[in-house]
Design a binder for this molecule. Structure first.
Ligand SMILES: Cc1cc2nc3c(=O)[nH]c(=O)nc-3n(C[C@H](O)[C@H](O)[C@H](O)COP(=O)(O)O)c2cc1C
Length: 220
């Protein structure tokens, strides 16, 4: 699990069909509430992925984001500090200084180029099931990320792409009963790309997990 990291620059070579099928077959084993399996996924291959990316870049340059589920506007502490840490790690890896507004804009736009990935999965969920089904899709995402990593396939989950749902709906078979949650870029890392040197940190377990024993709160 520690070996996996988000990749933000991909090589052009596509994932072999058998590998792609095996990753998503593994992820089908994800548990879900009452086994409803609510993930609804449209997975692209070349050359369609690049056509979608081109349309997304245009949308990102010319229109305002309008995700179907509101993005967080404000991150209270301690999430704000963690979020900043994530951004700093990425911009440092890419050699983009804090005051380099144009460089940061270009780096943001790379999301809509889908980081040049040969494949993108647009991940939705049946909206009639409510928020607990989003939990199920999150569990499924973890399975996909791990199954991909174990097969030498790199990934980057991307909420950013969910900001342009009209464009995605016009080009992909997404049911009106589904809500678009995020995208997932898949492919093989361009090992020389500076963005792929980015590594994030994690809090110690006791920042997130409280263990309560017979004498009260223990450290996990
Ligand atoms: C639901 C979700 C949405 C994300 N959206 C984006 C995104 O839009 N752009 C991006 O570059 N990374 C995105 N990420 C990747 C996170 O930034 C990354 O997982 C986090 O910083 C931890 O780094 P790691 O994946 O390398 O361990 C997303 C991750 C998740 C799980």
């Amino acid at each position: 699990m520690k070996a996996r990291a988000s990749v933000r620059a991909f090589r052009a070579d596509p994932i072999p069909d058998a590998t792609l099928a095996a990753i998503f077959a593994d992820a089908q084993q994800a548990p879900s509430w009452c086994n409803v399996q609510p993930w609804r996924v449209a997975l692209t291959k070349p050359p369609f992925t690049a056509e979608l990316a081109q349309a997304l870049i245009t949308a990102a340059k010319t229109s305002l984001p309008h995700p179907e589920i509101a993005f967080p506007l404000d991150y209270p502490s301690p999430y704000k500090e963690r979020r900043i840490g994530c951004g700093v790690a990425l911009y440092q890896a890419m050699g983009i200084a804090r005051e380099n507004t144009a460089g940061r804009y270009d780096a943001w736009l790379r999301n809509y180029a889908l980081f040049d990935a040969p494949h993108v999965a647009i991940v939705a969920c049946d909206r009639r099931l409510g928020p607990y089904a989003y939990v199920d899709v999150g569990v499924w995402l973890g399975y996909v990320l791990q199954a991909a990593a174990e097969r030498g396939v790199d990934t980057c989950p991307m909420a950013s792409v969910a900001a342009y749902p009209d464009l995605l709906r016009a080009r992909l078979p997404i049911a009106s009963t589904d809500v678009i949650l995020f995208a997932l870029a898949l492919g093989f890392s361009d090992a020389d790309a500076p963005a792929n040197r980015c590594r994030t940190t994690r809090e110690p377990v006791d920042a997130n997990v409280v263990v309560i024993g017979s004498h009260g709160v223990e450290k996990p």
